[in-house]
Unconditional design. Structure first.
Length: 213
Protein backbone atom coordinates (compact mmCIF):
# COMPACT_ATOMS: atom_id res chain seq x y z
CA UNK A 1 0.00 0.00 0.00
CA UNK A 2 1.46 3.41 -0.95
CA UNK A 3 2.43 5.80 1.80
CA UNK A 4 1.57 9.48 1.40
CA UNK A 5 3.06 12.29 3.48
CA UNK A 6 1.17 15.57 3.64
CA UNK A 7 2.83 18.56 5.28
CA UNK A 8 1.31 21.85 6.42
CA UNK A 9 2.76 24.87 8.16
CA UNK A 10 2.37 26.39 11.58
CA UNK A 11 0.74 29.86 11.85
CA UNK A 12 2.85 32.87 10.86
CA UNK A 13 2.68 36.62 10.23
CA UNK A 14 0.41 37.24 13.22
CA UNK A 15 -2.17 34.59 12.35
CA UNK A 16 -3.39 32.17 15.03
CA UNK A 17 -3.98 29.29 12.63
CA UNK A 18 -2.78 28.12 9.24
CA UNK A 19 -5.28 26.49 6.88
CA UNK A 20 -2.58 24.32 5.34
CA UNK A 21 -2.14 22.43 8.61
CA UNK A 22 -5.86 22.19 9.33
CA UNK A 23 -6.60 20.99 5.80
CA UNK A 24 -4.03 18.19 5.70
CA UNK A 25 -5.36 16.87 9.00
CA UNK A 26 -8.87 16.92 7.52
CA UNK A 27 -7.63 14.91 4.53
CA UNK A 28 -6.07 12.31 6.82
CA UNK A 29 -9.15 12.05 9.03
CA UNK A 30 -11.55 11.62 6.10
CA UNK A 31 -9.36 9.34 4.00
CA UNK A 32 -10.83 6.03 2.85
CA UNK A 33 -8.58 5.20 -0.09
CA UNK A 34 -5.91 2.58 -0.77
CA UNK A 35 -2.99 4.44 0.77
CA UNK A 36 -1.68 5.35 4.20
CA UNK A 37 -1.87 9.08 4.90
CA UNK A 38 0.58 10.69 7.32
CA UNK A 39 0.73 14.38 8.21
CA UNK A 40 3.46 16.54 9.69
CA UNK A 41 3.51 20.21 10.66
CA UNK A 42 6.51 22.26 9.52
CA UNK A 43 7.82 25.46 11.13
CA UNK A 44 7.80 28.77 9.29
CA UNK A 45 11.46 29.11 10.17
CA UNK A 46 14.25 28.97 7.61
CA UNK A 47 16.78 27.69 10.17
CA UNK A 48 14.59 24.86 11.51
CA UNK A 49 12.49 23.70 8.62
CA UNK A 50 15.21 21.70 6.83
CA UNK A 51 15.71 19.35 9.77
CA UNK A 52 11.94 19.09 10.30
CA UNK A 53 11.36 18.09 6.69
CA UNK A 54 14.22 15.60 6.66
CA UNK A 55 12.96 14.07 9.91
CA UNK A 56 9.48 13.67 8.44
CA UNK A 57 10.88 11.95 5.36
CA UNK A 58 12.97 9.60 7.51
CA UNK A 59 10.10 8.75 9.84
CA UNK A 60 7.41 8.17 7.22
CA UNK A 61 9.53 6.91 4.28
CA UNK A 62 6.82 8.06 1.86
CA UNK A 63 6.13 7.12 -1.74
CA UNK A 64 4.41 10.46 -2.33
CA UNK A 65 4.95 13.81 -0.60
CA UNK A 66 2.58 16.72 -1.06
CA UNK A 67 3.61 19.84 0.81
CA UNK A 68 0.86 22.40 1.35
CA UNK A 69 1.10 26.09 2.15
CA UNK A 70 -0.99 29.22 2.36
CA UNK A 71 -1.27 31.62 -0.57
CA UNK A 72 -3.06 34.61 0.95
CA UNK A 73 -4.86 36.75 -1.60
CA UNK A 74 -6.10 33.93 -3.80
CA UNK A 75 -9.35 31.95 -3.83
CA UNK A 76 -7.95 29.22 -6.07
CA UNK A 77 -6.06 25.97 -5.48
CA UNK A 78 -2.60 26.44 -6.98
CA UNK A 79 -0.66 23.30 -7.94
CA UNK A 80 2.94 24.40 -8.26
CA UNK A 81 5.14 23.49 -11.22
CA UNK A 82 8.65 24.70 -10.30
CA UNK A 83 10.74 25.41 -7.20
CA UNK A 84 13.69 27.81 -7.47
CA UNK A 85 16.92 27.81 -5.50
CA UNK A 86 16.55 31.12 -3.69
CA UNK A 87 15.25 32.46 -0.38
CA UNK A 88 14.11 36.08 -0.69
CA UNK A 89 11.72 36.68 2.20
CA UNK A 90 9.23 39.55 1.98
CA UNK A 91 8.70 39.33 5.77
CA UNK A 92 10.73 37.79 8.61
CA UNK A 93 9.99 34.19 9.53
CA UNK A 94 8.73 33.15 12.96
CA UNK A 95 12.20 33.50 14.47
CA UNK A 96 12.70 36.99 13.02
CA UNK A 97 15.07 35.87 10.26
CA UNK A 98 14.65 37.39 6.80
CA UNK A 99 17.02 35.94 4.18
CA UNK A 100 17.49 38.02 1.05
CA UNK A 101 18.75 36.52 -2.22
CA UNK A 102 20.28 33.46 -0.53
CA UNK A 103 20.52 30.00 -2.12
CA UNK A 104 18.59 27.19 -0.48
CA UNK A 105 21.22 24.61 -1.45
CA UNK A 106 24.62 26.11 -2.17
CA UNK A 107 25.59 23.74 -4.97
CA UNK A 108 22.06 22.90 -6.06
CA UNK A 109 20.59 23.48 -9.51
CA UNK A 110 18.68 26.68 -10.24
CA UNK A 111 15.32 24.91 -10.15
CA UNK A 112 13.46 21.63 -9.83
CA UNK A 113 10.18 20.66 -11.45
CA UNK A 114 7.43 18.99 -9.47
CA UNK A 115 7.25 15.23 -9.95
CA UNK A 116 3.50 15.18 -9.31
CA UNK A 117 1.04 14.91 -12.22
CA UNK A 118 0.21 18.59 -11.87
CA UNK A 119 -2.29 18.89 -14.72
CA UNK A 120 -4.09 15.70 -13.74
CA UNK A 121 -4.27 17.10 -10.21
CA UNK A 122 -5.74 20.39 -11.42
CA UNK A 123 -8.24 18.52 -13.58
CA UNK A 124 -9.28 16.39 -10.60
CA UNK A 125 -9.82 19.42 -8.37
CA UNK A 126 -11.83 21.22 -11.04
CA UNK A 127 -13.94 18.08 -11.51
CA UNK A 128 -14.90 18.48 -7.85
CA UNK A 129 -16.26 21.95 -8.64
CA UNK A 130 -13.36 23.75 -6.95
CA UNK A 131 -11.25 26.35 -8.80
CA UNK A 132 -7.68 25.24 -9.50
CA UNK A 133 -4.75 26.25 -11.71
CA UNK A 134 -1.21 25.21 -12.48
CA UNK A 135 0.99 27.87 -10.87
CA UNK A 136 4.39 28.73 -12.31
CA UNK A 137 5.91 30.12 -9.10
CA UNK A 138 5.77 29.17 -5.45
CA UNK A 139 7.30 32.51 -4.44
CA UNK A 140 10.55 32.84 -2.50
CA UNK A 141 9.41 32.37 1.11
CA UNK A 142 9.31 29.19 3.19
CA UNK A 143 6.81 27.51 0.85
CA UNK A 144 9.25 27.60 -2.05
CA UNK A 145 12.08 26.70 0.35
CA UNK A 146 10.29 23.51 1.41
CA UNK A 147 9.26 22.72 -2.17
CA UNK A 148 12.85 23.03 -3.42
CA UNK A 149 14.43 21.15 -0.52
CA UNK A 150 11.83 18.38 -0.82
CA UNK A 151 12.67 17.76 -4.46
CA UNK A 152 16.38 17.97 -3.68
CA UNK A 153 16.00 15.31 -0.98
CA UNK A 154 13.81 13.08 -3.14
CA UNK A 155 16.66 12.67 -5.61
CA UNK A 156 17.92 10.03 -3.16
CA UNK A 157 14.58 8.20 -3.25
CA UNK A 158 14.28 6.87 -6.77
CA UNK A 159 10.61 5.90 -6.67
CA UNK A 160 9.28 8.74 -4.51
CA UNK A 161 7.41 11.68 -6.01
CA UNK A 162 6.71 15.08 -4.55
CA UNK A 163 5.39 18.56 -5.08
CA UNK A 164 3.66 21.55 -3.58
CA UNK A 165 0.11 22.91 -3.45
CA UNK A 166 -0.84 26.41 -2.36
CA UNK A 167 -4.30 26.93 -0.87
CA UNK A 168 -6.29 30.06 0.10
CA UNK A 169 -7.38 31.06 3.55
CA UNK A 170 -10.28 29.09 4.94
CA UNK A 171 -13.50 30.84 5.95
CA UNK A 172 -12.39 30.82 9.59
CA UNK A 173 -9.29 32.91 8.89
CA UNK A 174 -11.25 35.29 6.68
CA UNK A 175 -13.90 36.25 9.23
CA UNK A 176 -14.01 40.03 9.68
CA UNK A 177 -11.54 40.64 6.85
CA UNK A 178 -11.69 41.10 3.09
CA UNK A 179 -9.44 38.08 2.50
CA UNK A 180 -10.44 35.76 -0.36
CA UNK A 181 -11.14 32.26 0.95
CA UNK A 182 -12.57 28.81 0.32
CA UNK A 183 -14.51 26.78 2.91
CA UNK A 184 -12.40 24.23 4.77
CA UNK A 185 -14.54 21.43 3.34
CA UNK A 186 -13.51 22.51 -0.16
CA UNK A 187 -9.85 22.87 0.81
CA UNK A 188 -9.81 19.33 2.19
CA UNK A 189 -11.74 18.00 -0.80
CA UNK A 190 -9.30 19.68 -3.19
CA UNK A 191 -6.26 18.21 -1.49
CA UNK A 192 -7.92 14.79 -1.41
CA UNK A 193 -8.45 15.11 -5.17
CA UNK A 194 -4.76 15.93 -5.61
CA UNK A 195 -3.80 12.84 -3.60
CA UNK A 196 -6.13 10.60 -5.60
CA UNK A 197 -4.89 12.01 -8.92
CA UNK A 198 -1.28 11.44 -7.87
CA UNK A 199 -2.01 7.85 -6.91
CA UNK A 200 -3.79 7.28 -10.23
CA UNK A 201 -1.28 9.01 -12.55
CA UNK A 202 2.47 8.57 -12.72
CA UNK A 203 2.70 11.63 -14.97
CA UNK A 204 0.56 13.95 -17.09
CA UNK A 205 1.02 11.83 -20.21
CA UNK A 206 -2.28 10.38 -21.36
CA UNK A 207 -2.66 6.71 -22.18
CA UNK A 208 -2.20 6.48 -25.97
CA UNK A 209 -0.02 9.57 -26.14
CA UNK A 210 -0.39 13.30 -25.63
CA UNK A 211 -0.51 15.27 -22.43
CA UNK A 212 -3.21 16.60 -20.21
CA UNK A 213 -4.12 20.18 -21.11
Amino acid sequence: MPTVLLTGFEPFDGNTSNPSWTAVQEVRDRWDGDAEIHVRQLPVDFARVDDALRAALAEVDPDIVIAVGLAGGTDTIRVERVAINVDDARIPDNSGFQPIDEPIVGDGPAAYFSTLPIKAAVEAVRSSGIPAVVSQTAGTYTCNHVFYLLLHELRQRADARGGFVHIPYSAEEAVGTDRPFLPMDQLASALTAVVRATLAHESDVRVGGGTLD
